[in-house]
Design a protein around this ligand. Structure first.
Ligand SMILES: [Zn+2]
Length: 97
């Protein structure tokens, strides 16, 4: 059994670039400024004008209904799959994406 008691969040952020994760899922991600931009895939809005921005290992959706949403790759997995933090880390490491 692997232990997840000590989770190296920085290592996970480095290992799973947000733009790569989205591209693999078929999201049309394009370069914008020093980062990336795409349509929000978190649901809740149509997002015809892309408002999901990626800079480094952080993302933000500035026009999400109910208020801006942001985070890192782990937050993204938690929202998309309804996982808690530990399950999101397990999902990433186990390739269950
Ligand atoms: Zn959004």
């Amino acid at each position: 059994m692997q232990s997840y008691k000590r989770i190296d969040v920085d290592e996970i952020r480095r290992s799973f670039p947000i733009q790569s994760f989205l591209q693999i899922r078929g999201v049309n991600v394009r370069r914008s400024g020093g980062g990336y931009l795409c349509r929000c895939h978190l649901g809740g809005h149509d997002d015809k004008h892309p408002s999901f921005s990626i800079k480094g290992d952080r993302w933000v959706c500035w026009s999400h209904p109910g208020g801006e949403m942001k985070g890192d790759i782990i937050d993204l997995i938690m929202i998309m799959y309804g996982d808690n933090f530990v399950d999101a880390v397990k999902r990433l490491r186990g390739g269950m994406l």
